[in-house]
Each structure stands twice: as structure tokens, then as C-alpha cells.
Design a protein around this ligand. Structure first.
Ligand SMILES: Nc1ncnc2c1ncn2[C@@H]1O[C@H](COP(=O)(O)OP(=O)(O)O)[C@@H](O)[C@H]1O
Ligand SMILES: [Mg+2]
Length: 250
């Protein structure tokens, strides 16, 4: 098998063990351009390990990865970023004391003569433009992110990742820590990012979010991919049964 050109991501036969633990036992995953795939499974099913492999943080023991048809081997997160893969971790990795614009450009500030040149005006203007284009309602870009709500912080972290113009955005539990009223805003943002053609993989325990935003639902069980469902056809009961390992192989 090789990747179809239409696939944004193909992972095939991915295996990873940690000592005696077989975290992944031959996992296959495909994602199309602009598709939102929900990745679910019980604790220790292997979701984070699979996504750490896709974002270059772990190297698989076996298996192959193609990005837009190109066979790739990632030695580090930098390699994955160069291929257009951005992962927003659960703990967000924002700098609390730095303002919104500074966080949007974090690690990638404009440089000149090898020195970081903080062109503040430009950073604020571009951050504003980016946030507006994503319909993120944040009145000020000069506010330290410590003053923002959980949902606003999540939006800034996603905007920062989008600013790298990724081909694939991986989100790990983006709504887990949010107030109910903020969840919808973040789900909207995910839809908007996908509508630009960016593929999204969403890890979540909030199963209701899956149906609101995903095109496909991939369920992991004990290091295998136990179901790959069309979100329009799947029901909550089907997903829950697959999460707890009922119903046999797909
Ligand atoms: N760095 C690691 N060292 C040892 N074991 C690990 C490591 N990362 C994950 N594991 C193990 O691999 C299995 C899958 O974990 P993980 O991918 O985090 O699952 P999930 O994200 O679905 O909860 C678990 O048994 C976990 O304990
Ligand atoms: Mg995890």
C-alpha cells in the first residue's frame, strides 16, 4: 500500500513499545485535507503516543507515515513542524507574562541580522488580523495571557498554531478545562480552521464535542484502532461500545 495523493496523512502499521508495554500494535490512520477527525479511547488506549509519533516527539518502532503522499520519517518535533504539523498540547505552552500578540508570534519573532527584532506594531497588527479572520473575539492584543479565560487562552494557542500555516493541527483535549459557555467558541474555531483546508485531529473525552465538529471518529482500544466511523452515521452508543472494547472488530 502507498498513500493516495488525496490523503493529507496516512499512518500505517504503527507500533511502539515502552519496555513491556505495547502502547501501539499496528495502528493505521488516514486523514483527508480539511477533515476533522476525532480520536477517542479510554485512558492508556494509545492516543497520545500515536499523536506524539505524528508530531515527531516519539519515533515509532515500526510503521510508515506519509504526508500529502510523501513518505516521511520524523526525528524530532522540528522535522514534523517543517512538514506542516502543529500540535497544541493540553497544557498549552503559552507564556503567561507575555501579551496576546507576543504569544501568537512566540518562538518565531521577526529577526534581522540574526537578532530578534521585536516589531511590536507589526506583531499587534498581524495578530489582530489573524484573530479577526478566525472570528476570535479578543478586544486587546496587548493583554498578558494570564488575564484571559481558559477559552480565550485556548483560542490564542490555536491561533498561534494556525499562524504557522500548518497542513495538520493536532489538538489534545482543547475543551477539557473550559466553562460550558466557552466550549462552543472553541468548536467554532476548529470548524473555521478546517474550512481553510487545514486537517484537524481532535483528542477529546467530551464525546458530545465529537458529533458537533468531526467528520470522522477514530476509536482506539488497547493500542489498536478499533473503529473508524463516519460521524454522521455513528451514534453515541456505538462510540461508547467501541471505547470499552465491545462489539468485536469493526
Ligand atoms: N513515555 C512512556 N513511558 C512508558 N510508558 C508509556 C509512555 N508513554 C505512554 N506509555 C504507556 O503507553 C500506553 C498508552 O499511553 P497513552 O498513549 O498516553 O494513552 P492515552 O493517551 O490514550 O491515554 C499506556 O499504557 C502508557 O502507560
Ligand atoms: Mg493521553
Amino acid at each position: 500500500m502507498s498513500a493516495q495523493v488525496a490523503d493529507r496523512v496516512v499512518m500505517r502499521g504503527i507500533c511502539k513499545r515502552f519496555g513491556m508495554v505495547e502502547a501501539l500494535r499496528g495502528v493505521t490512520l488516514r486523514v483527508a485535507p480539511g477533515e476533522v477527525v476525532g480520536l477517542v479511547g479510554d485512558n492508556a488506549a494509545g492516543k497520545s503516543t500515536l499523536m506524539k509519533i505524528l508530531s515527531g516527539a516519539y519515533i515509532p518502532d515500526e510503521g510508515d507515515i506519509w504526508i500529502d503522499g510523501e513518505h516521511t520519517v520524523f526525528g524530532s518535533p522540528r522535522d514534523a513542524q517543517r512538514m506542516g504539523i502543529e500540535m497544541v498540547y493540553q497544557d498549552l505552552a503559552l507564556c503567561d507574562d507575555i501579551d496576546v500578540a507576543g504569544n501568537v508570534f512566540l518562538g518565531r519573532e521577526p529577526t534581522r541580522f540574526g537578532r530578534i527584532l521585536l516589531d511590536n506594531k507589526k506583531m499587534h497588527a498581524e495578530s489582530r488580523e489573524l484573530l479577526d479572520s478566525l472570528h476570535v473575539r479578543l478586544p486587546f492584543t496587548d493583554l498578558p495571557v494570564r488575564n484571559l479565560s481558559g477559552g480565550q487562552r485556548q483560542a490564542v494557542a490555536i491561533a498561534r498554531a494556525v499562524n504557522f500555516q500548518p497542513r495538520l493541527l493536532i489538538l489534545d483535549e482543547p475543551t477539557a478545562a473550559l466553562a460550558v459557555s466557552e466550549v462552543e467558541t472553541v468548536l467554532d474555531l476548529i470548524r473555521r480552521v478546517a474550512s481553510r483546508g487545514v486537517s484537524v485531529i481532535l483528542i477529546t473525552h467530551r464525546l458530545q464535542d465529537l458529533f458537533a465538529v468531526c467528520d470522522r471518529l477514530c476509536v482506539m482500544y488497547e493500542g489498536t484502532m478499533s473503529a473508524d466511523l463516519d460521524a454522521k452515521e455513528a451514534t453515541l452508543d456505538m462510540v461508547v461500545a467501541k471505547i470499552v472494547g465491545q462489539g468485536g472488530p469493526q
